[in-house]
Design a protein around this ligand. Sequence first.
Ligand code: HEC
Length: 150
Amino acid sequence: MKKTILILLLIVVAIQFIPRGLPQVKTDNPGDLIKTAQVPGNIAKILKTSCYDCHSNETKYLWYSYIVPVNFLIKRDVEEGREHLNFSEWAGLKKSKKAKALDEISEEVDEDEMPMGIYTLIHRDAKLSEKDKKALIDWTENYAESLFSK
Ligand code: HEC
């Protein structure tokens, strides 16, 4: 029994040498949504708290992000999240892409699909209240309208 535990422990230590491959963090993003568009303070706060870890280049990794094999789950979510929607590169999107993204944000939030459940399990503060949801959805609608009224 003791030997089995020791072997398991050695395996856990050994796999820590596998490269973690977590997506890079970049804090200087001139095309960032919050920097380039008019985003009300409360909306910016919600997006930063609940979405930016997976949908921007400004991911804040916590200590367990570096533990193999937890890192593989986080790597996949951040890679896929950024691929689908990256707020750090917002300014470069065409109007039609922005409108589509806003529509998708509204839908995902309305259906409680985002933020991902596995994420809010640990990041309790990222969970959206009904008030947050409504504020986000209203914002996506107003913003989408303003895109085409100029
Ligand atoms: C833990 C990581 C994570 C967090 C946090 C997160 N997302 Fe996502 N998001 C993903 C991943 C991964 C995908 C792609 C796979 C999928 O659709 O489930 C995705 C997909 C999406 C899509 C669909 C884009 C498309 O092309 O279909 C939207 C919109 C979206 N997220 C919005 C949000 C919003 C808004 C928040 C915050 C309220 C948020 N997400 C928080 C990981 C995350």
